[in-house]
Structures are given as structure tokens and as C-alpha cells.
Ligand binder design. Structure first.
Ligand code: SF4
Length: 209
């Protein structure tokens, strides 16, 4: 059933209230573990292992962090709308994923154009999406591990809401999510900072698996 503007509007305030509540609950649950996680992130960045190994460690840290938000997640098996969005990853992570799954990642030259987020939609599935499931789930990118809707259900991930957002229609309602700044800044460091190629996952793996 297509989602109507009225349904979206009715969710606007409750989703904001829910986001504030969930952020508080997750922060409380996470607080006793914060130092340990900070040390893990720092150890990855300053360690001597290869960038590929560092990337695997960051992927795992992101999954471990997101365990704290799992009880509040609207993401359910069978919903793959976010797998139709742009999935921006670095060449370093693409190489690491490629090695893990046995598919060589394309080596993109610096300056390779990146499609706008608005170019993505219901007809642009990730090349690793198969029957609405991730075919490389254990090796999925950091960004996919981080993308968790903390609303009560996936209504705001609907394509109708997404279409409105692409048209800059004020009827669209933002998806409540949690931040992950320390891990993402470590990601950039492991990915060689600004000298790195970033692009959509489809560009690195046009044929999927
Ligand atoms: S890698 Fe997997 S989880 Fe990430 S967008 Fe592709 S299919 Fe979805």
C-alpha cells in the first residue's frame, strides 16, 4: 500500500519524540562501554595492521556499537529500501570487501563522478541485493551497518517519503537515526583521508557477487 502524505504528517512529531527518547536510552546503555569502544577505535587507527585489516575491524566495531540500538530499531528482514539508496564507500573498503568475498573491486581513478543521492530510488538496488536480502551480509560496508531507522516501524523509509524528499517537498519527514561520528572519522583516516576515492558501491562492484 502506498504511504500517503497524511500518514507521513501524522508521524512527524512522534518520530522526533521517539528519536529523542531512543537517543537517551541508547546513550545510557552505551555509557559504561564508551571508553572501551573509544580505545578500540583508537587502536585501529594507530595500529600497524594493513588498511584492509583495519577496515574489517571498523566494520566489526560499527556492528558492535549498533547492538545497543537494536532493541529500538525499525529495520526488519524483508525491508530493503535502504539498499536502493546511494551507498558511499571508500576504495580501501571496497578492496577489503572484494578480498573477503572473492570479487575484485574496480579501481576507480580520483575524480570519478559520484551520482547524486537524488539519482537513486526504487529501481536502483545495490548489486549485492538478492531476493531482498544482502548477499554479502557478513562483509557489508560500515555505512550499511550504521543505517538504522530508530522509529517504531519502517514507514518513513517508504519510497513515497523518499520521492517527496527528492522533490524537496516539505511533506517529507526525516528518518530518525543515531550518529556515528567517531567511527566515521576513523573510517576516513583508515581510508587515507581526502586523497581517497569515494563512490557508490555499485560502481566498485557493478556485477555484484
Ligand atoms: S551491501 Fe548489502 S546491506 Fe549494503 S546496500 Fe548492498 S545489499 Fe544492502
Amino acid at each position: 500500500m502506498p504511504v500517503s502524505k497524511e500518514e507521513l504528517e501524522a508521524r512527524r512529531i512522534p518520530s522526533q519524540q521517539r528519536a529523542a527518547y531512543v537517543n537517551q536510552m541508547v546513550a545510557q546503555a552505551f555509557a559504561p562501554h564508551q571508553n572501551t569502544f573509544q580505545q578500540r577505535v583508537q587502536a585501529v587507527v594507530s595500529g600497524n595492521s594493513s588498511s584492509k585489516t583495519k577496515m574489517y575491524k571498523l566494520q566489526q566495531i560499527m556492528s558492535d556499537v549498533r547492538v545497543f540500538s537494536a532493541p529500538y530499531s525499525a529495520c526488519k528482514e524483508g525491508c530493503s529500501n535502504c539498499c536502493h539508496m546511494r551507498v558511499l564507500i571508500s576504495q580501501t573498503e571496497a578492496n577489503a570487501i572484494g578480498e573477503a568475498i572473492g570479487v575484485k573491486a574496480a579501481q576507480l581513478p580520483l575524480g570519478t563522478p559520484v551520482k547524486e543521492e537524488d539519482d537513486f530510488g526504487r529501481n536502483t538496488p545495490c548489486t549485492f541485493l538478492s531476493a531482498d536480502k544482502c548477499s554479502i551480509y557478513a562483509n557489508r560496508p560500515v555505512q550499511c551497518r550504521n543505517y538504522i531507522n530508530i522509529d517504531v516501524d519502517p514507514l518513513l523509509c517508504s519510497y513515497e517519503n523518499w520521492d517527496l524528499a527528492k522533490k524537496r517537498d516539505p511533506a517529507s519527514v526525516g528518518i530518525p537515526m543515531l550518529g556515528a561520528a567517531p567511527i566515521m572519522s576513523a573510517y576516513q583516516m583508515v581510508s587515507n583521508g581526502k586523497a581517497e576515492v569515494y563512490n557508490d558501491i555499485r560502481k566498485f562492484f557493478p556485477g555484484g557477487i
